[in-house]
Ligand binder design. Structure first.
Ligand SMILES: O=C(O)CCC(=O)C(=O)O
Length: 202
């Protein structure tokens, strides 16, 4: 998979056609039907707001982000099969799946980094995109440097190294986008919320 180095140990890999158009369409259909989608509240700047998208998840450990905790939940078989493929491709034993469903271009995701301690020091995070192509914005922390990576239908994105410590990411609003998109994100949780990786021995 093509590798993009962003400096200071931050990198991502992006494969635009990881799934065929037919496989992607079928997966999007199955996930739309089989995942229990919710619009959940999160805490932002001390206020509770509804997330501007629907979410679903699967994993044996709770996952906490933006002031909400997703309890352990089993996923449908279709997700388990996708997890196996992504684990094979990336070589990381992912154990948590978060799904984001953008109903149209008004649904979006604000700037953030996946830097919860239970993800470890340099987490590898993989994401499969299904449906509408959306713009993924990368912003270097403490700088004006920005990059935009369009995420195509059937693509696989893998972020790693210092990416979560040095860069934010976001999914931008796009007026004019009327189609749905599902993002399926794979993480390796090292324990329940707050778990810290043990320091490495010299
Ligand atoms: O929808 C996307 O591609 C981004 C998902 C994301 O940033 C996240 O789950 O943390």
């Amino acid at each position: 998979m093509p590798l993009r180095q962003l400096g200071a140990g931050a990198w991502y890999r992006y494969e635009p056609s990881w799934l065929s158009p037919e496989a992607s369409r079928e997966l999007q259909r199955a996930l739309t039907e089989e995942v229990p989608w919710e619009q959940r509240p999160i805490r932002m700047f001390g206020r509770e707001i509804l997330q501007p998208r629907l979410i679903g998840w699967a994993g044996a450990l709770p996952y906490r982000y933006s002031g909400q905790t997703l309890p352990p939940r089993a996923g449908p078989d279709v997700l388990r099969r996708l997890l196996e493929r992504v684990v094979d491709e990336v070589g990381v034993a992912f154990n948590h799946i978060l799904l984001n469903r953008y109903r149209d271009g008004r649904d979006h995701m604000g700037r953030h980094a996946d830097d919860e301690p239970e993800l470890g020091r340099e987490p590898v995070i993989a994401a499969v995109s299904l449906g509408a192509k959306r713009r993924f914005r990368l912003e270097k922390k403490g700088s004006r440097t920005k990059r935009t990576q369009p995420l195509a239908d059937g693509s696989l994105l893998v972020m790693g190294g210092t990416m979560q410590h040095r860069w934010y990411h976001a999914v931008l609003k796009e007026t004019g986008c009327t189609a749905e998109r599902i993002n399926v994100t794979f993480r390796l949780l090292r324990g329940p919320p707050g778990t810290r990786q043990q320091p490495q021995r010299q």
